[in-house]
Design a protein around this ligand. Structure first.
Ligand SMILES: [Mg+2]
Ligand SMILES: [Zn+2]
Length: 181
């Protein structure tokens, strides 16, 4: 069986972006707003070199909420891939629904983790979910993974209910703590 790192996207791989209309820092709505967080490319390579399969699991409701378009979200994804410069991510799983849509795939539901586990023969007890908000921790916990919470300042208001197995500054710190320690 394989071991996996499940990563949230916004606040883990890329920075959140300030938008005046909602007066909040949010997921990128346009490709020019995509900016990687420091150390991400190397952290992904290091984890892959140590035998971890890497997946991204991300909620992207902003097109459904009419804040942007699905085409723009697809362009954001394409820009992120450009910025990652071939970093070894096995698959991206996106939920484009809103919470009121009551879909099967939106975090904190563990749906995509379980799908990946079947498809890639993953041992979830040896796998980690890494994210910057409580719903990421709940998703990983419900899937039977270990959980690591990144203390990213812009998302601080969305943390505090869950008890992660580990708290780190960023993805680079996580990889140094778990992958290469
Ligand atoms: Mg996030
Ligand atoms: Zn969904």
């Amino acid at each position: 069986m394989n071991k996996a790192l499940f990563l949230d996207r916004d606040g883990v791989l890329n920075e959140l972006v300030y938008y005046a209309d909602t007066d909040s820092r949010d997921a990128p709505r346009h490709p020019d707003d995509v900016q990687l967080r420091p150390g991400v490319r190397q952290a992904l390579r290091t984890a892959s070199d140590h035998g971890w399969l890497i997946f991204v699991i991300s909620n992207q409701p902003d097109a459904a909420k009419k804040k942007t378009t699905r085409a723009a979200l697809d362009a954001v994804h394409a820009r992120l891939l450009d910025e990652l410069q071939g970093a070894p991510i096995a698959e991206f799983f996106y939920c484009f629904h809103r919470s009121e849509d009551r879909c099967v795939c939106r975090k904190p539901k563990p749906f995509f983790v379980l799908e990946a586990a079947k498809k890639y023969d993953l041992d979830l007890t040896q796998s980690w979910f890494v994210g910057d908000v409580d719903t990421d921790m709940e998703c990983g916990r419900r899937a039977g993974c270990r959980t690591a919470l990144l203390e990213y300042e812009p998302s601080a208001s969305k943390r505090g209910r869950e008890r992660p197995d580990l708290v780190c500054r960023d993805l680079d710190h996580f990889v140094r703590s778990v992958v290469t320690s």
